[in-house]
Design a protein around this ligand. Structure first.
Ligand SMILES: *Cc1c(COP(=O)(O)O)cnc(C)c1O
Length: 483
């Protein structure tokens, strides 16, 4: 068996356990002369641990090594697009001309950043096939909420009285949540046995209350929504809108424009598709693109250009208002622009190509060993189940934990919910064939052990500092307090 990463073998104590009376790093009694701590705050610092600076630094660096990271190894977490993010893009953001800007500087002093934002808006317009973009939303789910508020504004403006949104049962959990937050009712639609939505099933649910549909393409099974263009036509005939969840754009870029398929509102996940590391809680960015007649509802301000000068335009009379302080997460915006400019149109097309190729390669090599619930060809991710292994009592969770022992982050497990015991693998475009083969070999080895020696897998992982954790208890009874 391959050995798990050595450096995750520390047993790190708590700072409170490492603390020794009288040790000191920064002295709070002696703050920076220009920023004195208020008297009353200085008096009661509570039970803070006492350590030297080097001890604190080492403590946190050791803890940071307990993390699995995409810069450490393969991270095939389905739906999340955990791909390698080129470091050169971080260099762009660190440039003082960007990093030292203040949002209240006058426009003539910040032409550079405004131009960068303008260029990104245009790039996303081109990629989406839509007409206008807001860069403000802070993440995918925030983009969804913004988009659904725009849908709401559209129906209020046209006095349609429509208040219900259809959502396929393959959807990411944020989709129905965003709809509810924007004040819509939600009706789920079942996907067909091929793994995509059927026009007929949508037709059955259509009525005068349907304000729109919220759909992810390719969906969370990694399957292309074959009938989306027909479904969009049906919605449009009924004066309803089509919201596209664009989290999976790394399967489509350069090949299909959501606007051409009939999508009216689309969010991007810059932190998935366009090179911002994520998973630690942000910042991300979820820009929203809309078709021409929905431009009038976008949040203010958008960046515009006139006579070679860039400016923040607040001239959006029916705007839903502001959804974010200032202008969005500019560091993420800059990284996305750098990534797009470096790759160019052909490069982005190649991203989609390799993302899909890598997932297809895994599917074809593993299908003998793991049950494939859908025969429909997949795009950038592939869903298996534990059906074959379950005959020997081995579950999706056992397989995921056994992968940790072999140095891999597990795939997404038990999602999407429409597949029983799902194992959802998204290799992304940045993995080499060698790394994919290593992963495939590990999966085949696990399938073999599941057949011949299943008990071994019930105790996985064994090469990590803690073994199998009771995840339910950790969530239900978290231990949040020291002592
Ligand atoms: C990740 C994801 C989201 C949510 O995006 P966040 O940036 O995490 O808020 C929504 N839909 C799909 C399909 C996703 O994969």
């Amino acid at each position: 068996m391959a050995k798990a990463n050595q450096h995750i073998a520390y047993r790190e104590k708590l700072l409170f356990e490492l603390s020794r009376e009288g040790k000191r790093g920064v002295t709070l009694e002696d703050p920076l002369p220009d920023f004195p701590l208020p008297e009353d705050r200085r008096k009661d610092l509570g039970n803070l641990p006492s350590l030297s600076e080097s001890e604190v630094v080492r403590h946190f660096i050791r803890l940071s090594h307990l993390n699995f990271a995409v810069d450490l190894g393969f991270y095939p977490l389905g739906s999340c697009t955990m791909k390698y993010n080129p470091k050169v893009n971080e260099q762009v953001v660190k440039n003082e001309n960007f990093s030292m800007l203040h949002p209240y500087l006058p426009e003539e002093k910040v032409q550079g950043i405004l131009e960068a934002m303008y260029l990104l808006q245009n790039a996303l317009i081109e990629i989406s096939g839509l007409s206008a973009v807001t860069l403000q939303p802070a993440a995918g789910a925030h983009g969804e909420l913004t988009g659904m508020m725009i849908m709401k504004a559209f129906h209020a403006d046209h006095n349609t009285g429509k208040d219900t949104v259809l959502i396929p049962d393959t959807a990411h959990g944020t989709n129905p949540a965003s709809c509810r937050m924007a004040g819509f009712k939600v009706i789920p639609v079942k996907v067909g046995k091929e793994g995509y939505l059927h026009l007929e099933d949508v037709k059955k649910l259509m009525n005068d209350n349907i304000a729109g549909i919220m759909i992810t393409n390719p969906n969370t099974l990694g399957i292309y929504e074959e009938e989306l263009h027909k479904i969009a036509e049906l919605l449009h005939e009924n004066n309803a809108l089509v919201y596209g969840d664009g989290a999976n754009m790394n399967a489509l870029m350069g090949y299909a424009k959501p606007g051409d398929i009939g999508i009216d509102i689309l969010h991007f996940n810059l932190h998935k598709t366009f090179s911002t590391p994520h998973g630690g809680g942000g910042p991300g960015a979820g820009p929203v693109a809309v078709r021409e007649d929905l431009k009038q509802y976008l949040p203010v301000p958008v960046v515009d250009e006139k006579d070679g000068k860039y400016y923040l335009s607040y001239e959006i009379p029916k705007s839903i208002g502001k959804v974010k302080a200032f202008y969005g997460h500019t560091s993420v915006i800059l990284k996305a622009l750098a990534y797009i400019l470096v790759l160019g149109g052909d490069g982005l097309k190649e991203v989609s190509e390799i993302a899909v190729l890598n997932a297809c390669y895994i599917r074809e090599r593993l299908r003998k060993y793991y049950h494939l619930p859908f025969e429909t060809p997949n795009m950038h991710e592939v869903v298996f189940t534990d059906k074959f292994q379950l005959e020997n009592g081995i579950t999706t969770m056992d397989i995921a934990k056994a992968l940790i022992d072999r140095g891999f982050h597990p795939p997404t497990v038990y999602f999407p919910l429409v597949v029983k015991d799902a194992l959802m693998i998204e290799p992304t475009e940045t993995e080499s064939k060698e790394e994919l083969d290593n992963f495939i070999d590990a999966m085949i080895e696990i399938a073999k052990i599941a057949r011949e020696n299943p008990e071994e897998l019930h105790n996985a992982p064994q090469n990590t500092i803690v073994g199998r954790l009771d995840e339910v208890r950790a969530a239900r009874h978290p231990k949040l307090k020291f002592g």
